[in-house]
Design a protein. Structure first.
Length: 139
């Protein structure tokens, strides 16, 4: 199909002949899929300057769905809350644990929990490196 510019008088032969200009046929079903795909950066990353991807080793949080070899998305600007999965610096090592915040005698204490049923380990000087926001698990 070709398009022709209107003549010098502005007349359009298709509309002047009594036919209206309109689209013919059905819309393409592929139009629904022209979004450009899924952008994982847009879906998983809140702030590009403070978000990191880390690989987990060990089974400390296996019952929570975080297994050996999984990748976690860690936001260093995230606010750790009670129950958050956090990456902490403990004795010079990066650990992935669940944060348990408790208040006793008016003082807030932090403890690190694992899924193996062990009692939470209280830590005095806790440095939270970041908060895990997503876990990418291989099938």
């Amino acid at each position: 199909m070709t398009a022709q510019p209107p003549g010098p008088s502005g007349a359009n032969p298709a509309t002047d002949a009594g036919q209206s200009a309109r689209a013919h046929g059905f819309p393409s079903p592929a139009r629904d899929y022209l979004d450009g795909g899924i952008d994982l950066n847009r879906e998983l990353v809140r702030d590009r300057t403070s978000t990191f991807l880390m690989r987990v080793t060990g089974q400390a949080l296996a019952a929570s769905g975080i297994h050996d070899g999984d990748e976690i998305v860690v936001d260093r600007a995230g606010t750790p809350r009670h129950g958050s999965v956090v990456v902490v610096v403990f004795e010079g090592e990066l650990l992935v644990r669940r944060l348990a915040l408790q208040t006793r005698d008016g003082v807030r204490h932090a403890a690190l929990e694992t899924d193996d049923g062990a009692a939470p380990r209280e830590v005095g000087d806790l440095q939270v490196w970041g908060v895990a926001t997503y876990c990418l698990h291989r099938l």
